[in-house]
Design a protein around this ligand. Structure first.
Ligand SMILES: CC[C@@H](C(=O)O)C(=O)SCCNC(=O)CCNC(=O)[C@H](O)C(C)(C)COP(=O)(O)OP(=O)(O)OC[C@H]1O[C@@H](n2cnc3c(N)ncnc32)[C@H](O)[C@@H]1OP(=O)(O)O
Ligand SMILES: [Co+2]
Length: 133
């Protein structure tokens, strides 16, 4: 793993979240993107070599809507950049981690992603990200 690619933050309302983080970080989001397969609308802020990803659920079944209902707004996941997602998924499987998708899937911001179950990572949902080249 080469970098913390982004930190995902679950918000109830993306425009309100954008206003807060724009004030906090002193920069505007550089993009907004819907990922319908995950039931989320996102926005991204650059912070040095990493990013903040704000996520609003777009339907009641979205992992973000369920998370906010149970736990409220806050840090939802930590995403690590990897060079070769399939190799890293295989390594983690062999180490006994529970992967939440069998194959890499398309995420936001031109990435292939895979999630690791938070029960095996001290309560933190982990995302692996590989740039689509
Ligand atoms: C935009 C695309 C992409 C990107 O490119 O960056 C994204 O970031 S998408 C982000 C949204 N997508 C996902 O989160 C996909 C992976 N998540 C899942 O598969 C599920 O959310 C989950 C983690 C398996 C939980 O689903 P489920 O078991 O159906 O939900 P429950 O509400 O029943 O929770 C069970 C258990 O897990 C705890 N939980 C849930 N979410 C998290 C979390 N983000 N971090 C830590 N813990 C989490 C939840 O509190 C429950 O705990 P207990 O009550 O103690 O059992
Ligand atoms: Co993410």
């Amino acid at each position: 793993m080469t970098n913390v690619e982004h930190i995902g933050i679950a918000v109830k309302n993306l425009s309100e979240g954008n206003a807060v983080y724009e004030k906090l970080l002193g920069v505007a989001p550089y993009k907004s993107e819907e990922v319908a397969s995950e039931g989320v609308m996102t926005s991204f802020f650059k912070v040095g070599s990493t990013k903040i990803e704000l996520l609003e659920g777009t339907n009641d079944l979205s992992p973000i809507s369920k998370f906010i209902e149970k736990r409220g707004e806050g840090i939802h996941h930590v995403a690590f950049e990897v060079n070769d997602i399939k190799t890293e998924m295989e390594r983690l499987r062999k180490e006994g981690f529970v992967l939440l998708n069998e194959e890499p899937k398309k995420g936001a911001d031109n990435k292939l992603v895979c999630f690791v179950h938070p029960k095996g990572t001290n309560g933190v949902l982990v995302e692996l990200c590989q740039e689509i080249r």
